[in-house]
Ligand binder design. Sequence first.
Ligand SMILES: [Zn+2]
Length: 339
Amino acid sequence: MRIKAVVFASAISMCAFSSAWSQALIPQSKLQEQERAKQEQLKQEEAAKAEAAKQSSASVPASGVTTATAPSKAPIIANCTNPNALGVSRVVAIDTTGGPGFGFEHFKQLDFLRDKEVVLTFDDGPWPTTPSVLKSLDEECTRAIFFPIGKHATYYPEILKQVLAHGHTVGAHTWSHANLADKKMTEDMQKDEIEKGFSAVKWALGTEPAPFFRAPALQHPPAMVTYLGERNIAIWSCDMDSFDFKASKPETVIKTVMSKLEKNGKGIILMHDFQKHTAEALPELLKQLKAGGYKIVQVKAKAPVQTIAKYDEEVTKDIKLPTVSSRPVSSVVETISEQ
Ligand SMILES: [Zn+2]
C-alpha cells in the first residue's frame, strides 16, 4: 500500500516537473497566449453545456411527439466506427392516437423539428436497390423511416427484414401503390389498399410495423384522413420532395435536396429507396448534410400498428409459395465456394 502511494506521488511530481521543464523553453508571451486560449475554450464549453441544458428542458415541442431518449453525451447509435458520421442527434417517439399528420406540404399543425433538424424518409421499397441505401445509412450511423409497398414486401421480404434489423422505422405505403384519390376508388377499395399494405408489411417483417402511413403521390382523400385517425395511424406527408423519381442523375437529387433544405432550414425529406439514382446519391448527400450542419432526427412509434385479421389472411392467401416450405432463401441456399 505504502509503496504504491509513493509511486503515485512521484508520478505526479514527474508530471509537474516535465510540464515546468517544457514550459521553461517557451517564451513568456506565448505562455500568456496559451492561457488566454485555454480560458476562452473553458468559457465556450460552459456556454455549450448551458445551451444543451436549455434544449433538454424544452424537449416536448409539439403534442404527440416526445424525445424518446434523454439527452446525454453517449452516442445514440452504438458501435459507430465512423468518427465523422452524420449520426442521429435526437430520437422522438410518436403517439399515433387519433392519427396525427406530419409534413408541411399537407399538415401544418405539428411542427416538431428544431432548426437544422432533418427526418429522412424512403418510399416504394423493398427493392434490390434498398440494401445499398441501408449500407450508406449505416456508414453514416444514421436512421430513417421506410414506407414500403405491400406487394414489394411480398416480393422481397428478406430485404424488408434487413431494413428493420438495421434499426430503421418501417411504416406502410398501401398494398399496390394505388392513388387513393382516383375517382374509380370507392371508400372500401381505399381502406383495402391501406389495410392490406400494413398486413403485407407485417407478413414480410414477421412483426407489426409502426402505425405510420404515407399515401401514394401524397393524395389523402378526407374520408381516409378520418379513417386513419380512427385507426390511430399517423399520416406522413413531407416538408420537401426530392423529386428523385424525376432525376436523371444522382447529382440532381443532391442539388434539389440541399437547395430546398437551405431555403426551409429543416424538414422531412421524401426520397425513394426504389430509385437507383437515390441509392447512388446517398453517400454524398449524407456527407453534405453533415457539412451543412444538419442533424438527423430518428422517429419511432410509441406502439406498433394493430392489423386486421381479415387482411392478414388475404395476404397469406395471395402469396403463392412454390413449395410448402416458408424458409428464407438464406437458410435453403448457401454459397459454399465463390471466386
Ligand atoms: Zn410511392
